[in-house]
Design a binder for this molecule. Structure first.
Ligand SMILES: *Cc1c(COP(=O)(O)O)cnc(C)c1O
Length: 421
């Protein structure tokens, strides 16, 4: 390290500590299990850290509710839980009025149910609407589902090409939609680059073409403000184990705007989606409202922990969370420019904070090996092809000092990798 490097390192370290000192959300970090250790966690956008409150919530549930109430628990509270937690997500994280959000199955299964329901409704109203529009860099499950649904329903996929360091622009979407479009499927924050789409304007473009739009909110719920109602969303699905810290495999949420609920028929017709669940009648009769999007017994244990983070989000406010998220990614980019760019690392995420979600992707040919080195040293980002190191900065649980230490470790790992070759 040259003397200039040492000075830069000192000033960045001082900056991290000043930013932590003035961070209005600083107290939330202590609310997470493991935050007291020196481990650096850069993957809260993939699996959020557990809230400490969830330790008590889960054990109290096993002891008092499952253990004490037994089957009575369904009548007393569990049957309502998918709806009450759904409404809490609507209120604190996605700008949805009550009665439009429910906790259901996995993200993949909810995406399947809603995309297929939307395709069928559009196609039966206008047989010329046969296309599902999706971008080539959407998350794999979204692309695979769209491909399968198009084949299953006699439709076709209209692919939108995108820059891997960015995402779907208004121009690209406007070119792809038209009188043949049934439904558009986009991610609000791109899983690879962190590109933050202008959801209000893209929704308008889809609607102007007569299409419905489904927003995948996996990398935005709990990290960037979403206004599902105000921006005119038709449908949305999002993960709860990322920024909502629901735990591995916690069930996803679905949003369906009030105006569409009665007209959409989802394909997995189970007893939990019927108007009178315990009537156990001869035929499937879908419930009114969001219940019709459920299929089987709700995964109650999996939806316990997310409530602790929803309380924190409600308390902190999503705008303050976004402000910290922007400050974290801006700081990470400054550290990267100072310490990593000289080592040949480039930024594969938008530079403009207004077009960037909660993570940044750093690119270098050896990032796969660098990731393995970092994991062995308790610095945990993740790797995504091509050659991308994803730095996920979860605003409630990540500190600036942690961000700084982690990026310093990335620089060391890139150097060690260079030296080893
Ligand atoms: C994480 C993620 C998923 C995950 O789907 P699962 O069914 O929970 O495995 C889907 N879409 C996007 C955009 C994601 O980021």
């Amino acid at each position: 390290m040259t003397p200039t490097d040492a000075a830069v390192v000192d000033s960045l370290e001082a900056e991290a500590s000043a930013l932590d000192g003035s961070d209005p959300l600083r107290r939330y970090r202590d609310a997470f299990v493991g935050s007291e250790t020196s481990l650096v966690y850069f993957d809260g956008n993939s699996l959020g850290r557990p809230p400490r409150a969830s330790l008590d919530r889960l054990s109290a549930f096993v002891r008092d509710e499952w253990g004490g109430r037994l089957i009575r628990g369904w009548d007393e509270s569990w049957m309502r839980l998918p709806f009450t937690i759904g409404d809490a997500i609507g209120r604190s994280a996605i700008g949805a009025a009550p009665g439009q959000t429910v906790i259901g199955d996995s993200t993949t299964v909810l995406l399947y149910k809603l995309i297929r329901a939307a395709f069928d409704a559009q196609h039966s109203a206008d047989p010329g609407r046969v296309e599902i529009v999706v971008d080539r860099d959407n998350f794999p499950t979204d692309r695979y589902l769209v491909d399968g649904i198009a084949r299953e329903r006699g439709g076709r996929v209209r692919w939108v090409d995108v820059d891997l360091a960015a995402g779907v622009t208004a121009e690209a979407l406007a070119e792809a939609v038209g009188p043949s479009t049934a439904v558009v499927v986009l991610s609000h924050v791109a899983y690879r680059s962190g590109y933050l789409a202008n959801a209000a304007s893209l929704t308008r473009i889809a609607h102007d073409a007569g299409a419905l739009i489904l927003w995948d909110l996996c990398h935005s719920a709990g990290s960037v403000p979403v206004e599902a109602d105000a921006w005119g969303f038709d449908l949305a699905v999002g993960c709860t184990y990322k920024y909502l810290n629901g735990g591995p495999g916690s069930p996803a949420f679905a949003y369906v705007a009030h105006r569409h609920q009665a007209a959409l028929a989802q394909p997995v017709q189970g007893w939990m989606g019927t108007a009178d669940v315990f009537a156990m009648g001869p035929d499937y009769r879908p419930a009114d409202g969001m219940r019709r999007f459920l299929s089987g017994t709700p995964p109650i244990v999996g939806m316990l922990a997310m409530q602790d983070t929803l309380e924190m989000i409600q308390d902190a406010g999503i705008d303050a969370i976004r402000a910290k998220s922007v400050a974290l990614t801006e700081f990470a980019l400054r550290v990267c420019d100072a310490l990593l760019a000289p080592l040949g690392v480039s930024v594969a995420s938008p530079r403009d904070a207004a077009s960037r979600g909660g993570h940044v992707t750093l690119s270098h040919p050896e990032m796969r090996a660098v990731t393995a080195r970092l994991w062995a040293d308790d610095v945990i980002p993740d790797y995504r092809d091509p050659a991308g190191l994803r730095i996920g900065l979860s605003p409630l649980s990540t500190s600036f000092a942690e961000t700084y230490r982690g990026l310093l470790a990335v620089a060391d790992a890139v150097r060690a990798d260079d030296a080893g070759r």
